[in-house]
Design a protein around this ligand. Structure first.
Ligand code: ARG
Length: 372
């Protein structure tokens, strides 16, 4: 289809690969593909870029999810909802679209897997950056008495403070949305409380646990990855699924360098912390994870336990193999952080990871490298 000169242009090559897959997988006629490709080549030649149709965008975003080697939840890749906000071109209209994403995805707890796509990066001067790691996340403050809040948020919280934001200084202050356009000074926007769904943790059979007053937010909305489709880099393309309980119970709240709640939980249950052999950490992790699944369910907030998620992943693998597609996988990320050997993914350690597009990948953090 494309001649040797066009093959030298990396964007044309990427576009060709993507559009061929798009047409093939969706069973579209060959002449439609050829016509579209001709149009895209002309556009890239004349303007240095091209614009995806909404259908291409939706397909590309779904395939990026399907391709993501670290995600155990990919059985549902085909149901990702895509919101096109490529027309948003001020900080305010982008922030408004982010709030709409939060509301749509949260859906009063019946979480919808959603991706919002903003205009792609064209150059340093035409570039949208969302500074948040996730749209909803707790602040972290370094204080004389130690860290308050989420230690993983300290650097970003400092940036927010420098920009003029003020938190209340609690363990669970939700950070503002921070949007930067074209390398200019970023703007911050508080998230109105009504948008933030949180779940207070209660234990199904331990009253004392509830006094710990633990909570977590309902929807994890990753905002700092770049979505690459057909050679176009969408570096503002936040997306969410729903939580697997262990993300919160075995990592966010359990890790020593995160909320580090295990000692307090062990004490509530009267476990012996003077010796490893009491397995107090394991028992505390189990009770915490039990409380998380119980509380999310009780509040009607979507959540999946790691056994069910692992079974779903096995079904995903089977389905992909039936379609003669290979499954891109990083085993160390796919096994859950709790009882991994009790899930069927444990025996899949020979799964392989390879570069495939469309994909989500990390991009340079906009603030650590910021001068001045
Ligand atoms: N592990 C991250 C967190 O705990 C969220 C990553 C995305 N998770 C998801 N279930 N889609 O906040």
């Amino acid at each position: 289809m494309i001649n040797d000169v066009n093959k030298l242009n990396p964007m044309i090559r990427e576009a060709e690969r993507f559009l061929r897959n798009f047409h093939e997988e969706n069973g579209l006629p060959l002449d439609e593909y050829e016509e579209r490709m001709q149009q895209v080549i002309t556009l890239i030649r004349e303007t240095g870029t091209y614009t995806h149709t909404f259908e291409e965008l939706k397909y590309g975003a779904r395939i990026a999810w399907r391709n993501n080697s670290r995600c155990i939840g990919r059985l549902f890749w085909d149901s990702l909802e895509v919101i096109d906000e490529r027309a948003a071109e001020t900080e305010q209209s982008i922030a408004d679209a982010l709030l709409r994403h939060i509301a749509y995805a949260t859906n009063e707890g019946r979480i919808r897997s959603t991706l919002t796509v903003f205009a792609p990066e064209l150059s340093d001067r035409s570039n949208i950056r969302i500074w948040n790691h996730q749209l909803i996340r707790y602040a972290g403050y370094q204080t004389a008495e130690g860290i308050v809040g989420d230690p993983a948020s300290i650097a970003f919280t400092e940036q927010c403070l420098q920009l003029g934001w003020r938190g209340q200084g609690t363990k669970y202050d939700v950070l503002p949305l921070v949007v930067q356009l074209n390398g200019r000074e970023p703007k911050w926007f508080p998230i109105p409380e009504a948008y933030i769904k949180e779940v207070e943790l209660v234990h199904p059979d331990c009253e004392a646990f509830n006094q710990l007053q633990l909570k977590w937010y309902a929807v994890p909305i990753l905002a700092d990855l770049v979505l690459d489709i057909g050679g176009i880099r969408y570096n503002a393309a936040p997306f969410n699924g729903w939580y697997m309980g262990t993300e919160i119970g075995s990592r966010n709240m359990a890790d020593i360098d995160r909320f580090n709640e295990l000692p307090a939980i062990a004490d509530v249950f009267g476990l012996d912390r003077t010796t490893n052999t009491s397995l107090w950490k394991d028992r505390a992790i189990l009770e915490l994870n039990t409380a998380i699944i119980h509380s999310y369910k009780r509040n009607g907030v979507s959540i999946v336990d790691h056994h069910t998620a692992a079974e779903q992943f096995m079904r995903f693998m089977k389905r992909e193999q039936d379609q003669e597609r290979s499954v891109n996988a990083r085993w160390s990320w796919l096994i859950p952080p709790m009882s991994p050997a009790a899930t069927p993914i444990w025996n899949q350690s020979d799964l392989e990871e390879c570069p495939v597009k469309p994909d989500f990948s990390a991009q340079q953090c906009p603030y650590e490298t910021r001068k001045g």
